[in-house]
Design a protein around this ligand. Structure first.
Ligand SMILES: [Zn+2]
Ligand SMILES: [Zn+2]
Length: 119
């Protein structure tokens, strides 16, 4: 499988599945193979990882402004990669966590209680 396609643009400015379900995210990751934008593992829904597991697309790049790192799920390590099709991040004025209109006021508490449960 071609794990990196430099021609395919990102799917949008937010997590595909969170936009559909009306949820929110902490940070965004972009699939290097198909452009799917999903939420990170610090988010409630972890859609970037779910996408990789579902599709076998193993490489993501941060979709946060100013971040260029890649992550390879096959090695569970940071990686480097080519320049993907623009844009390389969500808009600068889009909040993280986001989207601003859907982030609950107690979002930090929600994430903390989730990680306590996970332990
Ligand atoms: Zn999501
Ligand atoms: Zn993908």
């Amino acid at each position: 499988m071609n794990q990196i396609d430099t021609e395919v643009p990102p799917s949008g400015t937010g997590c595909v599945e969170c936009e559909e379900s009306g949820s929110w995210w902490v940070h965004l990751r972009r699939c290097a193979a198909c452009g799917h934008v999903g939420c990170c593992d610090d988010s409630l829904n972890r859609h970037a990882t779910a996408h990789a597991q579902r599709t076998g697309h193993a490489i993501i790049q941060s979709f946060e402004p100013g971040e260029e790192w890649f992550w390879d799920f096959r090695t569970d390590r940071f990686a480097t990669g080519p320049v993907l099709a623009p844009p390389h991040s969500h808009p600068d004025d889009q909040s993280a966590p986001g989207p601003a209109a859907r982030v609950p006021e107690n979002w930090a508490e929600i994430l903390q209680s989730r990680s306590r449960t996970a332990d």
